[in-house]
Design a protein around this ligand. Sequence first.
Ligand code: ZN
Length: 692
Amino acid sequence: MTNVKKKDGKWFGAIVLSLILLFSLVFPYPVMADQTAADQTTAASVYAIHKTGDDKENFVIVIMGEGYTREQQEQFLKDATAKAQGLLKWSPYKEYSDRINIYAVQTVSNETGVGVMYGESNPDTYFHVQAFGKSCYFAKDGEDKAKALRAELESRYLDTGAAVGTIHIICNTTANIGSSSNALFSFSANSDENEQGDVMTHEISHSIGRLGDEYDKKMQGENISDTSDPDKIKWHKMLGFRGIGITAAGTETVFAPGRVCMMRDLGNPFCEVCKMELARRLNNRDYVSRQASVYVCDPEITIPHSRTGTLDRDSDQYRIDETNITKANGKDLEFRTVVQNIVDAKQHLKITFRITGADHTVKYEKEETYTVPPLSNWYDPDAARESLSVTLPAVTGLVSGDRLEGKIIDEDTGKILADNQTAGQAWSTVTIRYMLQNEDGTETTVPDTAPATVYVPKNSAYTLRSPDLYGYTCVGNSANQGEINITEDRQEITYYYRKNSEMPEIQTVPVRVTYDGKPHTFDIKQEDGVQISYSLTENGSYTQTEMPFYTEAGQYKIYFKAEKASFIPTYGEAVLEIEKASTSMQLTAKNDTVKGAGTVELQLCRQGIPEDAGIKVTCDVSGITLEEKGTDHWMATLPNETKTYTFTACYNGNGNYTGSKADCQVRVTADHSQTGGGSGGSSGGSSSGGSG
Ligand SMILES: [Zn+2]
């Protein structure tokens, strides 16, 4: 067995060639030059801040640094990690913290800081970002460089098939700047406000949620409206729910759902409208393969209040729980949530509401079922949104000690999606560590990783998703199981890794077989997950995905390219030889000694010679004729003359069979009692026959 290694220079050449092609076609400059000089892969420059599952299943956020010099790379990783962890503390990122992966990509700027448009200071930075007021813009080729990095991440670093959801650029300045250009790019800096990532959270939510600023005059997103008509406003199905109403945004003619939201004032929780839209976008099928099917707002129980004018924290006074239940006496009591369908399939949901006394007697009970339309048009979330509600009219006789029980149930699965306790549920943190099991038995932290913190509802089960890391395969976890019950406020889990070999392991064995009329192919063995493509010529393109089969004898060679996600491609060749089938034969005479003239019978016995192959028999004495009598059977008439005859059978062979030869001898002794000589006596047949 031969263990095929790289052909020196070939893979390197192929990578360089593909990079040149990529950048010459799309980007007219080399990206990642600083990193690629030291390391052919992006591994050295990408740092996993938070990886809980496969990149294809999770929403991938990439943080890049601007204005960090080579000496400031550690600082960049600290800044990026602190801000990313800050982001995940905010709902709805918190709820989806197991469905988000965050990476930091290190880029080296020649000078520190960030430029100011029309300003005197314009340091030589990697992306040439310039601030104008509070907003940040790429200058020169900065945007193309960022997009090239994204392309490289998607093609080589992330798990196969994954797409980058959004890119956030942290500018290394203490200036209070930050903005979002579009869904792909947002910016923040190292200002005091952004120490815990609040500015990043706000700006990245513009990009991820396409949300507007609730303090601004600009119309953008699901959280900004140009009408205050409660029937026409974008969030009309959410009015009166958890502080969602109608209030002025940056001007009297532009409206927002509330006065308190991260999209209005940093450091505040997102309003329900923003949370819902962020949740929908974090589950966009274009970016995540395992999307949630429905988003359910934390339900609430309330007494009557204005549906348009009960803004944000004003709603607290109308909320009813078991501690203030008597406040509801004489009033309608509503259990309500709002749901957003995220998939293109109907949802059948049931809402149930029950009040029981301390003795378990049911005082009130009501339920409703709803069919939530599918999200068939991505740009019309309202059509796939529904307010779910049951109201108990004018409840009476409620006393302290009564129990409230409201549930939102998926009718198709029977699963409880949320209940009246969800809003106040306790959250636990699961800290995930990534440890490398070295060949010498020691354990070290997997390079370029930070522990991830996932938020999980206390007393629920957490599925351990065992994500692979770039260049490392997950081989187990500290719990030795696929799921852990979260019962503590803080729990830890360690995933164990082994380093992948640098290139896919390919083993080839030269194949040598004998022609047998059946197809044969090469022997190339690969490990799981390796994809091989083939070329019939040494410097050809690897366009064939199936190994070719050959039947005819000959020598064959194939060139292959083995690829695996996160690996350097391996090149090699394999050989197949189909040898000609060997043949042989025996030629025998019925009688090898004959007296007098007569005929002799010759019989041929073939070995390995195709039946349809014609075989000639000749005699070394001229004038002797051979008559073929059936298959492989001849008659020779010999004269009455003492002589030895050699008969030879010959098969010339062909492309698939070797040739062969055989001979036999017949000795004739003259019989002087016979009259005449020559070729007489053809009718007698018997060599001993004769007339006396
Ligand atoms: Zn909002």
